[in-house]
Design a protein around this ligand. Structure first.
Ligand code: CAO
Length: 419
């Protein structure tokens, strides 16, 4: 039995380097090539394995110490004679001392899965990983004992940590979103495939995010727009020569701008901490436009400062650009509330999805004549269906009912349209 003093080999640097990991303690039985300590310069980590098999007699460095080439760091009791050792031991070669990302690994304990088996979580409790990997794991909050190792002799590599994080994330996503069954439709008849264009893909992404993040409630209401309809027709006749034709939409935009001033939480966004709102003092209302490529939502800016004629002009211009595929991206940014009108097409009500990070959206369906009881008789009145979807984290049902009622009242008041 001889006691050998192990010294720091050539680590490619004359400067002192820090001991960042001591993997053995006095009394440990180590095998040849088993990792003893790891040192780290500002450029790389170097793992220093044992040149011999034996029992650790003393560890003469601790984490945080600084060492340089030639410094003694450990003594080892070994059966190998000096002669044998010269023949058997890997001389402190460049290969070992060379800075490595994942250098020569230690021999695994028998309970650790062999690298040629499928990677599985480490059940031995012994984790073999270099400091860079440990740092990465600390930053990502990863428990290295859970990471299946694929490195040489069961060392955990950076790629192993990445793969583990990816797997956990996908498991998490799957856990919160059960998969829809995949069906081979061709089994049941002829099919064809249609690729979704960019607009539809972007809409799908935004709608999924909004649907998953926002607890939606939709509040339904009706506005009696009989008087407004008469007013609109009258104005249409007056403005025909100027080439302007009003639909109900600009009137609703104006009514909304006034209602949003009264109810600022509808013109807000919930902050990422979920504990505060950003209230916007500007009123840019996005208007959903049906285009050949899909749904685009240009914003009509500062609606509160615009007349009905100006709103109509802006809306026509932006809807035209959207339909021609020429709407600048900037025109689709910055909306604080959205209006989606399906009134020109049909339907009695729908449940629009809030355009996050906005907190509410108003849907319009087709106005129809309905019999309304006036206290004495039924009267034919033109009723406009409103569908107000809102983020229930921000807006209470009663608040939504009040907001909706206020919009209805504004639409029924024909005295204050700024033409
Ligand atoms: N009730 C009855 N008639 C209505 C109406 C309503 N609520 N809204 C519009 N109309 C009438 C208009 O007066 C017009 O009639 P005329 O042809 O007799 O003049 C006709 O329907 C077509 O109107 P329009 O849709 O062309 O114009 P608009 O100003 O009402 O709407 C716009 C503009 C951009 C909102 C609309 O064209 C559009 O693209 N709507 C689709 C929005 C959409 O896809 N939403 C779904 C998004 S998912 O939430």
């Amino acid at each position: 039995m001889t006691v050998k003093t192990l010294t720091i080999p050539d680590i490619g640097s004359d400067a002192s380097v820090e001991v960042v990991e001591v993997s053995v303690k006095s009394g440990d039985v180590v095998e040849q090539n088993q990792l003893l300590i790891v040192v780290e310069s500002d450029k790389a980590s170097v793992e220093i394995p044992s040149d011999f098999a034996g029992t650790v007699n003393s560890v003469d460095v601790a984490e945080g110490d600084f060492v340089k080439q030639g410094d003694a760091f450990l003594t080892l009791k070994t059966d190998t004679s000096d002669q044998d050792s010269q023949a058997d031991a890997p001389t402190p070669s460049n290969e070992q001392a060379e800075p490595v990302r994942e250098a020569t690994p230690p021999t695994p304990t028998p309970s650790v899965a062999r690298p040629d088996t499928a990677p599985s979580a480490n059940t031995s409790g012994v984790v073999y990983a270099g400091p860079a990997v440990r740092k990465q794991a600390r930053e990502l909050g990863v428990d290295l004992s859970q990471v299946p190792a694929t490195g040489v002799r069961n060392r955990i590599t950076k790629e192993d940590v990445d793969a583990y994080v990816r797997q956990r994330l996908s498991e998490g996503a799957q856990a919160s979103l059960p998969a829809v069954p995949e069906v081979d439709f061709a089994e049941f008849g002829e099919i064809s495939t249609q690729k979704l264009n960019g607009v539809k893909r972007a809409t799908a992404k935004a709608m999924t995010a909004a649907w998953l993040n926002i607890p939606h409630v939709t509040h339904f209401d009706e506005a009696d727009i009989t008087e407004l309809e008469a007013f609109r027709k009258e104005k249409n006749a007056l403005y025909t020569e100027q080439g302007i034709k009003f639909s109900v939409v600009p009137f609703v935009l104006n009514a909304l701008s006034r209602a949003l001033k009264e109810f600022p939480t509808f013109n807000a966004s919930l902050n990422a901490d979920g504990e505060s709102l950003t209230l916007k003092k500007y009123l840019h209302i996005g208007v959903a436009v049906d285009t050949p490529k899909g749904l685009l939502v240009p914003a009509v800016r500062n609606v509160d400062a615009l007349s009905i004629v100006e709103i109509t002009r802006q809306l026509n211009e932006k809807a035209g650009l959207a339909r021609d595929g020429k709407l600048p991206l900037t025109d689709m940014k910055g909306a604080t509330f959205t209006l989606s009108s399906l009134g020109g097409i049909g339907g009695t009500a729908f449940t629009p999805i809030v355009n996050a990070p906005e907190v509410a959206i108003l849907g319009l369906s087709r106005a129809v004549m309905k019999p309304r009881w006036n206290g004495e008789v039924f009267e034919p009145r033109l009723m406009l269906p409103l569908s107000l979807s809102y983020d229930h984290r921000v807006i209470d049902g009663a608040e939504a009912a009040r907001f909706s009622k206020h919009v209805v009242e504004l639409l029924q008041d024909n005295t204050c349209w700024p033409m």
